[in-house]
Design a protein around this ligand. Structure first.
Ligand SMILES: Nc1ncnc2c1ncn2[C@@H]1O[C@H](COP(=O)(O)OP(=O)(O)OP(=O)(O)O)[C@@H](O)[C@H]1O
Ligand SMILES: [Mg+2]
Length: 388
């Protein structure tokens, strides 16, 4: 018996950020009931979702009461503690992805160890707890990358250390850490796939992502000039990881492409991902709809872009002037092909508050479209020097 009272299933998403907000839009299209568990009424998704429960994803009573009103629950982030997920699953709640899979997004050491055991190529790594451990791992080769085992996002929790003093500063934080070889990559890629509980898989074209200071700034879909062999290898790798880890819903695999054309896995996310925002405008099925289809165990949608098209997405970071709407008129007048997405979040300098996309056709040049998308984002981010 479905819990909506309308015959449509109820999907509950834990977390009220922009990913939940964009999933809400896809739920409107499918006509499924969508609820969010949000920390406050003013979060991005809470502002646009009819059925909001205010509560904490860290509280078992809050999450369990929310889950009781939903047919399946899923996530806008990876921060629900494992023991809460285990309790829900033991009580018979459909949790997708399940706690067994989500663990690999919460614990970078478990993720690295498991991928290594599966024979998936990763940067060399080791658990470290002292500067001596890091020195022994690095063997004199700097930089060395230190990462928080848990809780990092947008590059917070990643330190690229070029000296012993920097290593000691990170160790002084006293948090569980992982050391990784510094990969002098040619570029970063992401492979986004979906997997349903029935075991169907679907793969989006592999994209190029551009990170600045650990924050995703641009996505080029598909990755320009990527060899078809490497693209297939990345898609197959992501589908295999999804199956081996028992992922239900979306899986984003962040990758490094080396100068030799090889691939190394950086990290995993099991939810809609910034590298997939382009799919709203540029693919047959958006990642948000795909995630809903997957967690509802529906047949997955086509991931294909229209023939010969490509999409450029540029993230919109907050500037110092909060009045974004004032600038819409100029951006929209200057380039009618620009699609503006704003998340309704308070504008703060450097915070992800939206994105813009432009879909190019077979006649268009990627560099020119990228320029136009950058210009739009830069104009919307008013009042800072950093507008690229
Ligand atoms: N081993 C490495 N060698 C070189 N650069 C790295 C390495 N690990 C991470 N980076 C750089 O730091 C960025 C952030 O790293 P990572 O994705 O592990 O952190 P995060 O904060 O969990 O990110 P996210 O916001 O995607 O959750 C990467 O996108 C990459 O640009
Ligand atoms: Mg990352």
């Amino acid at each position: 018996v479905r819990k909506s009272g309308t015959g449509m299933p109820v999907v509950g998403m834990v977390g009220g950020g922009q990913l939940a907000r964009m999933t809400a839009a896809a739920a409107v299209g499918l006509g499924v009931t969508f609820r969010v568990l949000s920390e406050s009424e003013s979060e991005s998704a809470a502002l646009v979702t009819h059925d909001v429960t205010v509560g904490s994803h860290l509280s078992l009573p809050d999450v369990a009461a929310f889950a009781a009103k939903c047919d399946v629950i899923t996530f806008d982030h990876e921060h629900v503690p494992g023991p809460i997920l285990a309790e829900l699953e033991a009580a018979g709640t459909l949790v997708r992805p399940g706690g067994g899979a989500l663990r690999y997004t919460q614990d970078k050491l478990a993720m690295r160890e498991t991928l290594r055991a599966l024979g998936i190529p990763c940067p060399r790594f080791a658990a470290v707890s002292s500067a001596a451990d890091v020195e022994a791992f690095a063997g004199g080769r700097l930089p060395v990358v230190l990462k928080a085992v848990s809780g990092g996002y947008d590059g917070k929790g990643v330190w690229i250390c070029t000296s012993t003093a920097e290593i000691e500063d990170v160790i002084a934080h006293g948090i569980p850490l992982l050391a990784e070889e510094f990969v002098p990559f040619r570029r970063e890629l992401a492979a986004l796939v979906a997997r349903s509980p029935s075991g169907q898989g679907a793969a989006y074209p592999v994209v190029q992502t551009v990170q600045v200071d650990g924050i995703c700034r641009e996505v080029l879909a598909p990755a320009p000039g990527l060899s078809p062999d490497v693209a297939i290898e990345a898609e197959a790798m992501a589908l295999r990881i999804a199956a081996e880890l028992g992922v239900t819903g979306l899986l984003a695999v962040e990758l490094f492409e080396t100068h030799q054309g090889g691939l190394l896995v950086n990290e995993l996310a099991m939810r809609p991902h910034n590298s997939g925002h382009w799919t709203i405008d540029g693919a047959c099925t958006s990642q948000f709809e795909q995630h809903l289809r997957a967690v509802l165990d529906l047949p997955l949608g086509s991931c294909a872009p229209p023939d010969g098209s490509f999409t450029v997405m540029v993230n919109l970071l907050g500037g110092t002037d909060p009045d974004i709407f004032d600038r819409y008129i100029h951006v929209m007048a200057a380039d009618p092909a620009v699609k503006v997405h704003f998340y309704g979040k308070e504008v703060r300098n450097g915070r992800k508050i939206g994105h813009v996309t432009i879909v190019g056709g077979p006649q268009d040049d990627v560099a020119a479209v990228r320029d136009r998308a950058r210009r739009a984002a830069s104009y919307l981010r008013w009042g800072t020097e950093d507008g690229d």
